[in-house]
Design a protein around this ligand. Structure first.
Ligand code: XLS
Ligand code: NI
Ligand code: NI
Length: 437
């Protein structure tokens, strides 16, 4: 097969002075930061859906993407050819991982059996290409939102047959993820939510979703799939309200239904902002519960109200993300997965390279800056000092559980009014961060 990206060679690290748009200025995979190679810190991943299946259409117009290797048809042959292109792209980019939905890689058939067969026919090529390149599957997932059968949701559908169909589809998707040695499997709600409460029995729908996830956990054990399960919060789109609306809602759901420990969170930037949170808020919420697993790296547009899934280029954002991740001790099974698409106006194949190179460089800078902030130590020292009253005396008694309302009343009676609070120093800290950016 002829090259899909002729004239583009393996993207190399050329350093910050390079003016070559097809080179890394900051992402140097072998460079060691805090004792670990950049490649292993980031575990960059390319998404199959946006990068190889998105025609770049929008609600107002058809797709604009020029993809000469793709005949636009829904044949297995086209799908198999696309795999070679995807791996040529990822190999040239130097991305160690990718992620897919079942229906991104292989066409849906007229029956479930045919869909399974189509998937198997493509998985064979995926396996071959993974072996040839050493590129791994970060996570797999199932598309439970595109087909009309899922109009009312999948695991939360009012129709039990749809639940069954979704279960059968996810069973197969987990099997192929396992077969491909995937490091994880993602559950994103898709249409698990509602458009109106007038027709919705929320209690039942949530119980069904929990049943579904428990069955997945059981099946995973049964077939010996050791990849990490993730749940990906998103508040809206396509439904008005999605049950997995943000990190806190997901954690509460997992706890309520005995699923904590079985699933971690996959946090996506644009979903955080749609939920009215910052990415760092969502990360810290997940980290505080010991449940951050992976991130979908993208960004939204402050002036457009939907999930624009743009490539992340804001170094302030990537610094915050990497600071949280480094403080957590790093990603293990998860990665920095570019759930992002090029703009409709960026329709040439080379734009796919510019987009990913920019995202990888932005994260590499974020990593280096975050490591410098940590090495400097003033930020962590400030936060630690701010809570020092909890390290001794009454604070320590509260934290250790030996204090009570009575003992605290007695303490305050003897001590009198609070002597002084200290400044939170927000501006000082913002300036401190800018010293490093
Ligand atoms: C959609 C989600 C989706 C998941 C995978 O907004 O981000 O792409 O990451 O199903
Ligand atoms: Ni996502
Ligand atoms: Ni998204």
């Amino acid at each position: 097969m002829a090259e899909a990206f002729p004239g583009i060679k393996r993207i190399a690290y050329e350093g910050p002075k390079s003016k070559n748009p097809l080179a890394f200025k900051h992402y140097n995979p072998d460079e060691v930061v805090e004792g670990k190679k950049m490649r292993d810190h980031m575990r960059f991943s390319v998404v199959y859906w946006h990068t190889f299946r998105n025609p770049l259409s929008d609600p107002f117009g058809v797709g604009t993407a020029i993809r000469p290797w793709d005949d636009g048809g829904n044949s297995v042959e086209n799908a198999r050819r696309r795999v070679r292109v995807a791996f040529e792209f990822m190999e040239k980019l130097g991305a160690p991982f990718y992620a897919f939905h079942d229906r991104d890689v292989a066409p849906e058939g007229a029956t479930l059996a045919e869909s399974h067969r189509n998937l198997d026919a493509v998985v064979g090529v995926l396996k071959e290409e993974q072996r040839r390149t050493g590129i791994g599957l970060l996570w797999g997932t199932a598309c439970l939102f595109a087909h009309p059968r899922y109009a009312h949701g999948a695991a939360t559908s009012c129709n039990a047959d749809v639940f069954a169909y979704a279960a059968a589809q996810v069973k197969k998707a987990i099997e192929v993820t396992h077969e491909l040695g995937g490091d994880g499997y993602v559950f994103w709600g898709g249409r698990e939510g509602y458009s109106t409460l007038l027709n919705t029995d929320m209690r039942r729908e949530l119980d069904h979703l929990a049943r579904f996830l428990h069955m997945a956990v059981d099946y995973r054990k049964k077939i010996g799939f050791r990849g990490q399960f993730y749940i990906e919060p998103k508040p809206k789109e396509p439904t008005k309200h999605q049950y997995d609306s943000d990190a806190a809602a997901c954690l509460n759901f997992l706890r309520e239904h005995g699923l904590m420990g079985h699933l971690k969170l996959n946090i996506e930037t644009n979903h955080a902002t749609l939920a009215g949170h910052t990415m760092q808020h969502e990360l810290e919420t997940a980290i505080a519960a010991g449940a951050l697993g992976s991130i979908d790296a993208n960004t939204g547009d402050t002036l457009i109200g939907w999930d624009t899934d743009q490539f992340p280029t804001d170094v302030y954002l990537t610094t915050q993300v990497m600071l949280s991740i480094l403080n957590m001790g790093g990603l293990t099974t998860g990665g920095v997965n570019f759930d992002a698409k090029v703009r409709r106006e960026s329709f040439e194949p080379v734009d796919l390279f510019h987009a990913h190179i920019g995202g990888m460089d932005a994260f590499a800078r974020g990593l280096k800056i975050a490591a410098a902030i940590r090495a400097d130590g003033r930020l962590a020292e400030f936060v630690k000092g701010r809570y020092r009253s909890w390290d001794t005396g009454v604070g320590k008694e509260v934290e250790s559980g030996s204090a009570s309302f009575e003992s605290l009343e007695e303490y305050v009676m003897a001590k009198g009014e609070i002597a002084a609070n200290e400044s939170g120093r927000q501006e000082f800290l913002e300036n401190l961060i800018n010293e490093f950016i």
